[in-house]
Ligand binder design. Structure first.
Ligand SMILES: Cc1cc2nc3c(=O)[nH]c(=O)nc-3n(C[C@H](O)[C@H](O)[C@H](O)COP(=O)(O)OP(=O)(O)OC[C@H]3O[C@@H](n4cnc5c(N)ncnc54)[C@H](O)[C@@H]3O)c2cc1C
Length: 436
């Protein structure tokens, strides 16, 4: 039987598998579709800041493959290497056994990982926001530090425990800062200390927060962040990270025990190991999402450098919006390569972004209409409820939103994700630079 193997179960892999299976069923085609992924779910990443902020349960942002893709074979493992001539791949299963799988069509959608820089201490003491383990860790760790500060008697240590440094003021870092701030405010109220004693620092090398939403909405977001007591330092990043303090790029020292690194992404490590052409860490593909010189190999999403036909000479940005739409073209083109239907080029005009900035505020620019405040909040939440690809998850997230509107945010540190679970190697599969 002909086999299609999809690597990765994120926005692209999941949506492509779902579409492809439907097309093949319509044609009554004898084709086996397999998805290989280290996890058994598709992660709805836009709500990870809400998980870190204690609004949404991590289970609700994971779409189980078993429920979402009932007719697709699921193989749990991380792909390590591909033999393009022999049409096979090697993957490691969760018990570290090396296994092989053969394919007739290969779809590479392993997404992206946090872009780390060679900053001393970053990999050891900083944590990202690309997985449920990282989001849960940030929530639990911050609450634990606030609880410990309450019983500490050393002024400098208390300050460090009550200081959060977030690097990356694009939409995900900014949403994270807003959500953790709301959680810390609630915790302060419940534990009986002044919320203003918890310091938040949001850093970025850029000269604007969230350049993706334009100057006007970026300025609105900046005003709200400042009103909420989040210090924004532009043109600044980290120089060193330690257990109890960081050194900023201007040489100043900040005592802090919670450091989140949300400063951009790069293609999954597998991409660099394929021996194929890349652009900015992403696999080069043509407008029909095939890998040049390999007509039976396709790629899309964050892992691929897809030409942006709406802005010639550029590649599409790594967003869920593009990933989902590319996945639909992928499914069509893979089916076409098997003789079912015709292929097409990928072309999509960006439809804007929604950014949730915590209690009562958001900014959004759907179809270039600039919104902020309550209207943006309604659009943002409605958009997520529409975009989550499973009704049970939609239902659960709606209830979480409703609960937040009626009751106080839960201040609880369950301890499900340890510092080790949340490090870049374990949670994202990045090889860690050696500690210096
Ligand atoms: C916190 C956060 C908030 C975001 N908010 C938004 C937003 O509001 N709007 C928006 O448009 N975009 C947003 N994004 C970006 C969006 O998440 C990505 O663009 C999207 O996930 C890309 O989809 P993908 O399928 O390419 O990769 P991913 O969704 O990252 O999926 C990759 C999959 O591949 C698997 N994988 C990795 N390596 C291997 C391997 N070697 N073998 C097998 N499987 C592998 C992974 O486990 C995963 O299942 C956000 C991202 C983050 C981190």
């Amino acid at each position: 039987m002909t086999s299609v193997v999809i690597v990765g179960s994120g926005f692209t892999g999941f949506t492509c598998a779902r579409r492809l299976e439907r097309i093949l069923r319509r044609h009554d085609a004898d084709v086996d579709v397999t998805i290989v992924s280290p996890v058994d779910y598709m992660l709805y990443t836009p709500l990870l800041p809400d998980v870190a902020g204690g609004v949404v349960d991590p289970r609700f942002v994971t779409i189980p493959l078993a429920n979402g893709l009932p007719n697709v074979r699921m193989v749990r493992g991380r792909v390590e290497a591909v033999d393009f001539d022999g049409k096979s791949l090697r993957y490691t299963d969760p018990e570290n056994r090396s296994r092989e799988l053969s394919w007739d069509r290969l779809v590479l959608t392993p997404g992206s990982v946090t872009r780390l820089f060679d900053i001393p201490g970053l990999a050891e003491y900083g944590r990202g926001l690309k997985s449920p383990a990282e989001a849960l860790y940030l929530r639990d760790h911050l609450l634990e530090q606030l609880e410990l500060a309450n019983i500490d008697d050393d002024a400098q240590r208390i300050e460090a425990r009550r200081t959060v440094v977030i690097v990356g003021a694009s939409y995900s870092g900014t949403e994270l800062a807003a959500q953790l701030r709301a959680l810390a405010d609630r915790a302060a109220h419940q534990m009986g200390f002044d919320p203003a004693s918890v310091r938040f620092l949001l850093l970025d090398m850029a000269d604007q927060v969230m350049p993706e939403v334009g100057e006007k909405l970026g300025a609105s977001a900046m005003r709200v962040l400042r009103e909420r007591g989040i210090e924004v330092r532009l043109g600044t990043t980290l120089q060193e990270v330690h257990d109890d303090h960081v050194v900023l790029s201007d040489g100043s020292r900040v005592d802090a025990r919670t450091v989140a690194w949300v400063a951009g992404v790069t293609g999954a490590p597998l991409i660099a190991d394929l021996g194929l052409d890349t652009e900015r860490g992403r696999l080069k593909v043509d407008t029909r999402l095939t890998v040049p010189g390999h007509p039976h190999v396709f790629a899309a999403g964050d892992a691929a450098a897809v030409p942006d036909l709406t802005k010639p000479g550029t590649i599409t940005p790594p967003t869920a919006q593009h990933a989902t739409r590319q996945a639909k073209v992928l499914a069509r083109n893979v089916a076409a390569s098997l003789g079912y239907g015709s292929s097409k080029k990928y072309k999509h005009h960006d439809m804007g972004l929604v950014v949730d900035l915590g209690p009562h505020y958001a900014v959004a620019n759907p179809l270039n209409v600039h919104l902020s405040g309550w209207p943006a909040k309604v659009v943002t939440r409605a958009y997520h409820l529409y975009a989550i690809p499973r009704s049970v998850n939609r239902w659960a997230v709606s209830l979480a939103y409703l609960t937040e509107a009626v009751f106080d945010r839960q201040v609880v540190s369950i301890g499900l994700s340890t510092r080790e679970d949340a490090n870049f190697a374990t949670s994202e599969g990045i090889s860690m630079p050696k500690a210096r």
